[in-house]
Design a protein around this ligand. Structure first.
Ligand code: ADP
Ligand code: MP5
Ligand code: MG
Length: 538
């Protein structure tokens, strides 16, 4: 079985056998499928994009760290569709494997037929294959429905020491499955078992094993070194029949390594499904598992010795964050580096004082700082904001918001369009948009913003050439806006009451710059403004 190269052997339609690129192949492939099913209601040909697809043939892990569940998450994280043929159901958690129930061979065959005959996956990846019958069924199905690449993770024993496929399986692996494989990815114990029990302990041993396993028939071998002594780096040895490549990353000290092997093999399969060459597929997969392990370093799931990895690199991002509440707009503090410099304080000190004084949300508006300084300031401010449960937004700079993992951004009419910002930031970051007119407010709503900032209500020196809309303009925008509004522009203790006194329900607060930061004591000024706001909303 050949893996991807630029010349793709086409499966469905002999008329397209001369196609050059993988992407052309995808379009023609789907066209051939549509021609067979003329009655299927589909949009026009150009709209239909066939997406990369991996089929995993593996066991279910109830703890969802390894097996089918790891494969699904890894493929999703890598942007590839994943279908599943389940070979066994395991009762498993972070302590170990409590039970295994093997799916009858003929039902594995039925699942294989369902997926392969209809969905035409690009790549098949195998995990737990618990019986000789299942291995034979799989090899038979792959002969009947060939795919572009076969990735074999020869799962035998769980990290906790439970047998998932016994030694009786080894002959069928060696004689039938491995010779069909484009890559096989044993860990140290599995490589040793495939080679009749030779001890494998060093990186030199891994080279020997990669070559010896290659002789069994797979096109490529990756011997994984997760189980090398903890004092060594995480080293994997790749052999393509000609050259060796050593993939080395520093070892991440974490108990959460359950499922790393399944995840790595699925990511290799995902890259192959996207059209990568084998070597770059392995390289990207190794980078990905390193990132996933690093994100999982200190997550606590279960009481056992081995927790799962964080496939989507997201599990911790919601721990300290709460959803946006429009009431957060009540006392909205916007920083200004020039003012802070003038008064001799750092951005971090300014933010600390504003929060202590009662600010309910912070926006970093740093027009004159270097990107690296801005990022450092954002990270430092975020720590303080998280401790106090105050959201932190970044003005204009989506990149800084992403890099610092701030709670969101505030953007103007001439910045990145809000719908693009939304696509980049994902569905749950906060996005605020500056709006002067009902049309702006409507667009912000359509684009997926969470709130709008409207002004300048009064003249201000903070923003040059900024048209003042006055109280009337503010009221017009508020009445038309479907989103909560914060008023901005020349606001301070003397006029905050007039603004809140407009009495429009979606006007939730005031945003202030100079009135807090162009003053000697930020803490005192914030406290004073808080009192005025509280008074005016009684
Ligand atoms: N603690 C770790 N730090 C960094 N990489 C690791 C660590 N543990 C495993 N890996 C990597 O994860 C992948 C899976 O390896 P391994 O754990 O040996 O497989 P298996 O889960 O099949 O035993 C390999 O690329 C390996 O180098
Ligand atoms: C269903 C199933 N498949 C594979 C593994 C191997 O994963 P690990 O080696 O990380 O325990 C597992 N534990 N369970
Ligand atoms: Mg492991």
């Amino acid at each position: 079985m050949a893996y991807f190269c630029t010349q793709i052997p086409v499966l469905l339609n002999p008329g397209v056998a001369c196609i050059k690129s993988f992407h052309q192949y995808r379009f023609l492939h789907i066209k051939a499928m549509q021609d067979d099913k003329v009655s299927t209601p589909t949009p026009s040909d150009e709209c239909m994009v066939r997406v990369p697809h991996v089929l995993t043939v593996a066991g279910s892990d109830s703890g969802a760290g390894a097996g089918i569940q790891a494969d699904l998450k890894a493929c999703a994280a890598r942007g590839v569709y994943c279908s599943t043929v389940i070979t066994a159901v395991t009762a498993q958690n972070t302590v170990g494997v409590q039970g295994v129930n093997i799916v009858p061979e003929d039902f594995v065959a039925e699942q294989l037929r369902s997926v392969l005959s209809d969905m035409h996956p690009d790549v098949v990846k195998t995990g737990m294959l618990p019986s000789i019958g299942i291995v034979k069924t799989l090899c038979q199905s792959l002969k009947e429905f060939p795919v572009q690449a076969l990735v074999v993770d020869p799962v035998m024993v769980s990290t906790s020491g439970h047998t998932l496929a016994g030694p009786s399986i080894l002959d069928s692996f060696r004689e039938e499955l491995l010779p069909m494989a484009d890559i096989v990815t044993p860990n140290l114990k599995e490589a040793s078992a495939l080679l009749g029990g030779v001890p494998l302990e060093t990186i030199a041993d891994m080279h020997y094993a990669a070559k010896a396993i290659h002789d069994i028939g797979p096109r490529n071998v990756l011997v994984k070194g997760g189980d090398l002594p903890a004092s060594l780096d995480a080293v994997d040895v790749f052999y393509d029949g000609k050259d060796f490549y050593v993939f080395q990353s520093s070892r991440i000290m974490t108990p959460n390594t359950h499922g790393t092997g399944c995840t790595l093999a699925s990511s290799v399969a995902a890259e192959l499904a996207k059209g990568s060459q084998m070597l770059s597929a392995v390289k990207v997969a190794k980078r990905y598992i390193e990132a996933a392990l690093s994100y999982s370093k200190n997550i606590a799931i279960g009481g056992g010795r081995q927790g799962p990895v964080d496939h989507l690199l997201k599990l911790k991002s919601n721990v300290q964050r709460r959803p946006f509440d429009p009431c957060d707009l009540f006392l909205y503090a916007v920083t200004d580096s020039r003012m802070n410099k003038r008064w001799g304080r750092s951005i971090v000190d300014a933010v600390k004082a504003a929060i202590e004084g009662g600010a309910t949300i912070i926006q970093l508006r740093e027009k004159e700082v270097e990107t690296s300084d801005f990022l450092e300031a954002a990270k430092a401010c975020l720590k303080i904001c998280r401790v106090h449960g105050v959201p932190l937004l970044i003005n204009d700079r989506i990149d800084v918001a992403l890099a610092s993992d701030a709670d969101g951004v505030h953007i103007g009419q001439s910045d990145m369009p809000a719908h693009v910002a939304r696509a980049l930031l994902g569905p749950d970051k906060i996005i605020g948009v500056s709006c002067k007119t009902p049309e702006h407010a409507l667009q912000a709503w359509i684009d997926g913003a969470d709130y709008i900032g409207s002004g300048g209500v009064y003249p201000t020196t903070t923003k040059e050439n900024n048209k003042t809309i006055g109280l009337d303009g503010l009221k017009t925008v508020c009445l038309s806006s479907k989103l909560p509004v914060v008023a901005i522009g020349g606001i301070g203790t003397s006029n905050a009451q007039a603004i809140m006194g407009l009495g429009v329900p979606n006007l939730k607060g005031v945003a202030v710059v100079s009135a807090l930061f162009d003053r000697e004591c930020v803490l005192t000024e914030t406290r004073k403004l808080l009192e005025v706001l509280k008074e005016s909303t009684k």
